[in-house]
Ligand binder design. Structure first.
Ligand SMILES: Nc1ncnc2c1ncn2[C@@H]1O[C@H](COP(=O)(O)OP(=O)(O)O)[C@@H](O)[C@H]1O
Ligand SMILES: [Mg+2]
Length: 257
């Protein structure tokens, strides 16, 4: 079972879009997937049409419910939804071992899914640390712009700290260039900078990049998977290629996926 955390503390870089599309893409390849929304904003929860007024990842963080009890089996797949209450997690979950809540909760699900995909908030607090501690790997969606790139170094020191204290086996599967517009020269220069940053940090920039496309926003507004709403759109094709590349990398690294 691979546990993929999608993270970068900057907002708007394509985390939720990537978590959703990647999970949907893996499902289309016949893989079983559990989505977990750890962002109090609940974008993934909204797009996946989670049922309201049910227990959420917040109750898992506070140990009021087990993971099993809060999983929603809905049309788009299996989801542990988020709650706005998660925004208080840093204040509510303060006991020793607070970094391990999600990891512990997922231990009971061993073998039930091929992949678990965790969407995280744009912050490096308790929720993201929990997601990194539970993960086998991180995917970092970056946009070709300065603030996005600045955030990478900071995320990296957090990942190093999590590896040192909580999760030595954690790897960075790679950075994914999202919302890419190859026509602008700025984007191209930035893509080169991101590639260099990835090399410096000992990881890869995925060869597949995700192009900007209006279908992403339209699908989200309609609360539908990109692949059913606009299968021929640029971003849908790009996410399909990305999932193939990801699986190929996994196999080359000797992981059984
Ligand atoms: N490939 C894309 N093309 C067009 N819009 C995109 C694309 N990827 C993401 N977006 C839009 O950009 C915004 C931020 O994306 P999102 O995935 O929510 O980022 P994050 O989760 O990192 O905050 C959203 O409005 C989303 O619809
Ligand atoms: Mg998001």
């Amino acid at each position: 079972m691979r546990i993929i955390t999608v993270a970068l503390q900057k907002g708007g870089t394509g985390k939720s879009t990537t978590a959703h599309a990647m999970g949907q893409g893996l499902q289309r390849q016949g893989k079983s997937v559990l989505f977990i929304d750890l962002d109090p904003q609940g974008n993934l929860t909204y797009t996946m049409r989670a049922k309201a007024n049910k227990p959420t990842s917040f109750e898992v963080m506070t140990r009021q419910h087990t993971a099993d009890e809060v999983i929603q089996k809905i049309d788009q797949g299996h989801l542990i939804p988020s709650s706005p209450q998660l925004s208080g997690a840093d204040l509510v979950v303060t006991q020793t071992g607070k970094e391990y809540r999600i990891k512990e909760a997922l231990q009971n699900l061993q073998g039930q899914y091929d992949f678990i995909i965790i969407d995280t908030p744009p912050a490096l607090g308790t929720l993201t640390i929990n997601a990194l501690t539970a993960a086998t790997e991180v995917i970092i969606p970056v946009q070709a712009e300065t603030y996005s790139i600045q955030g990478i170094a900071q995320l990296y020191s957090t990942i190093q700290a999590v590896k040192a204290y909580c999760n030595p086996a954690l790897t960075v599967a790679g950075m994914l260039l999202t919302r890419h517009n190859s026509r602008t020269i700025l984007s191209r220069d930035m893509a080169d900078t991101i590639e260099a940053t990835a090399r410096e940090l000992g990881t890869r920039l995925f060869k597949s990049t995700i192009r900007e496309g209006i279908a992403v926003k339209e699908a989200q507004a309609r609360r539908e998977p990109l692949f059913s709403y606009a299968p021929d759109s640029n971003p849908a094709q790009d996410y399909t290629r990305f999932v193939d590349e990801y699986l190929q990398n996994q196999r080359e690294d000797g992981n059984n996926v």
